[in-house]
Ligand binder design. Structure first.
Ligand code: GCB
Length: 581
């Protein structure tokens, strides 16, 4: 799915701002036709933003169900005769959209864009009403999964409901990313796909354009100079004296596509990725992943798009000498991905399949009514939409299909066979991976993937307070993974909750000293295992979680606070990562 990009032919209107908002406490909005007009007591709500932390009402923070948004917009008179498209960057987790009271689209999946041709619904040259119902319920039809618990005994008020979920980040909801209206000619460029390779000084851009008319393409370099041109909906275009897209140096070309009256400019980078032996090769050179798992998360706006934070985070990555990020545990905003391309930050792009570990002993996850049927169908849909959105990003070097699933269960194998096959049907050029946190001896799915991502919390969840166990336990575990699959490994999570400003020496849990020593003990193990091809610390910054006895104001494993101030570990990483590793 193409990002709306403005040019001489296509206009884009930003519909973000302060909209009207009403939580549907009684679940009566549809019955009362709120799509015709929100009730008078609707409150102001910023878009984009999560709604949870905007008011003083804890009931809204912990709300379960539909919330309604309403705004008005004009369609410029000059858009007459054009195709008018309404596009949401994301709405978490389900959305139904009405224009002037008529339903024009529905979408499930909280972290991916969706759009519809609304030409038939809008008054061109006039005023229009836009209404959106956003639903935040997590159950075994959604990703991430969850369960709404209603069956309580007489200790609870009547009708008491609680949203349970098995992942460790707060279930922020709302319209999280920009809402845009854009126009194209009636015959338009539907899609563009670009794959690249190179040899010596020559790059090759293989492209495929979906459009009705005759297609002409030009390739422009970063100065806007034409370096090649070709005619045809598909082609392989040579680029002489190619500048490669490289980690830390995100050189971008533009494929300028003309078809009939339409025009679209798609940035791309020339680079190759490959897993070979024990190496992850970018442009034929072994790459060692230095970086983090992180979250889209901030005070007040929750998971709402926050450009200052996005730019700040890239500055912090550069400051530390980090070269890569996993988009744990969902696809990040398109604005974030674009910046990763420009900054040369290498990305492992993850789906929303998190929370498949269901911490209760003896409970099956991959069974009827849980991770099977409808969830699997949705998982495949997420893969398709993620691929469609991110396929042209040079920063994306691999897809992560899930985080910490219970892959020791018998039914996990048929489930992930289908998932891996679908990802490989879509993608022919990038490796596919999964993030593991099971005993390697019991895992059933590692053989389906090109390299293995491993999470581990020695001296934290296991043997809390005992840093001295890391050396032996970690090496043993990583060797088990390698001996089982003979595939390179990235340690995608390890870390310690750390209260900024809390110090003690010798280190104890939750101090800045403990975080430093834990990280450096893990790193000492990585340094002697040549099949370990990367270290991603959990996490980049502190983040909000649901309330619970192991979380004091959220997850504090950040190397930065939630407000992006460094803890001691940041300085330690900066030294190591700038030096070489
Ligand atoms: C994990 C999860 C991550 C959690 C982290 C923790 O294994 O993948 O989402 O936040 O552990 O801190 O417990």
């Amino acid at each position: 799915m193409l990002l709306p990009r403005e040019n001489e032919v296509r206009e884009v209107k930003d519909l973000c701002g302060v909209w009207k908002f009403k939580a549907d406490w009684e679940n009566c909005g549809r019955g009362e036709n709120w799509q015709q007009k929100l009730p008078e007591d609707a409150i102001p709500m910023p878009v984009p933003s999560s709604y949870n932390d905007i008011t003083q009402d804890s009931r809204l923070r912990d709300f379960i169900g539909d919330v309604w948004y309403e705004t008005e917009f004009y369609v410029p008179a000059g858009w007459k005769g054009k195709r008018v498209v309404l596009r949401f960057g994301s709405a978490t987790h389900k959305a139904q959209v009405w224009v002037n009271g008529s339903c024009c689209m529905q979408h499930k999946g909280g972290y991916l864009p969706f759009e519809a041709d609304v030409s038939a619904y809008v008054n061109i040259g006039g005023n229009n009403r836009l209404t959106v119902a956003v639903n935040n319920v997590l159950d075994w039809t959604t990703l991430p999964p969850g369960e709404v618990k209603t069956a309580f005994d007489d200790r609870y008020p009547e009708g008491y409901r609680v949203q349970e979920y098995f992942h460790d980040f707060f279930n922020y909801a709302g319209i999280h990313r920009p809402v845009r209206l854009y126009c194209t000619p009636k015959d338009y460029i539907r899609d563009v796909t670009i794959n690249t390779s190179w040899e010596g000084t020559q790059g090759i851009a293989s492209y495929e354009v979906e459009a009705d008319g005759q297609v002409h393409v030009r390739i422009l370099d970063m100065d806007g100079q034409e370096v090649a041109r070709q005619t045809g909906a598909t082609g392989k275009v040579p680029i002489e004296n190619v500048q490669l897209w490289q980690p830390g140096k995100g050189y971008l070309y533009t494929l300028e596509v003309h078809s009939g009256e339409d025009l679209y400019r798609q940035p791309f980078g020339v680079r190759t990725v490959e897993v070979k032996g024990n190496h992850f090769l970018i442009n034929g050179k072994p790459f060692y992943f230095k970086g983090f798992g992180k979250h889209e998360d901030m005070d007040i706006k929750g998971k709402g798009l926050d450009l200052p934070i996005i730019v700040k985070d890239f500055n912090l990555l550069r400051w530390l000498g980090a070269n890569s990020v996993r988009t744990s545990h969902y696809p990040y905003a398109e604005e974030w991905m674009d910046l990763a391309d420009r900054e040369g930050i290498v990305v492992i792009d993850e789906t929303t399949a998190v929370g498949f570990n269901f911490f209760k002993e003896g409970e099956q996850v991959f069974c009827p009514n849980r991770a099977s049927g409808e969830v699997l169908e949705h998982h495949l849909q997420v893969l398709r939409e993620l691929y469609a959105r991110d396929k042209n990003h040079p920063c994306v070097v691999a897809w992560s299909v899930a985080n910490e699933a219970k892959t020791q269960e018998e039914n996990a194998l048929p489930y992930f066979e289908v998932v891996a096959a679908e990802m490989r049907r879509l993608e022919k050029h990038r490796p596919v991976t999964i993030v593991m946190n099971v005993n390697p001896a019991e895992d059933r799915v590692g053989q389906l993937f090109d390299f293995i991502c491993v999470n581990g919390y020695n001296s934290w969840y296991n043997d809390p307070g005992h840093l001295e166990v890391i050396d032996r336990q970690l090496e043993h575990r990583l060797r088990m993974w390698y001996e089982k699959y003979h595939k390179p490994l990235i340690m995608t999570e390890f870390g310690a909750d750390t209260i900024a400003g809390f110090h003690q020496d010798p280190p104890v849990m939750f101090t800045e000293e403990y975080q430093c020593e834990m990280i450096s003990r893990f790193q000492a193990v990585f340094d002697r295992l040549e099949f370990v091809i990367g270290e991603h610390i959990w996490a980049f910054a502190d983040f909000a979680t649901k309330q619970g006895i192991t979380r004091v104001g959220g997850n504090k494993k950040g190397v930065f606070t939630r407000q992006r101030q460094p803890k001691m570990a940041a300085y330690m990483l900066k030294e190591r990562w700038h030096e070489n590793k």
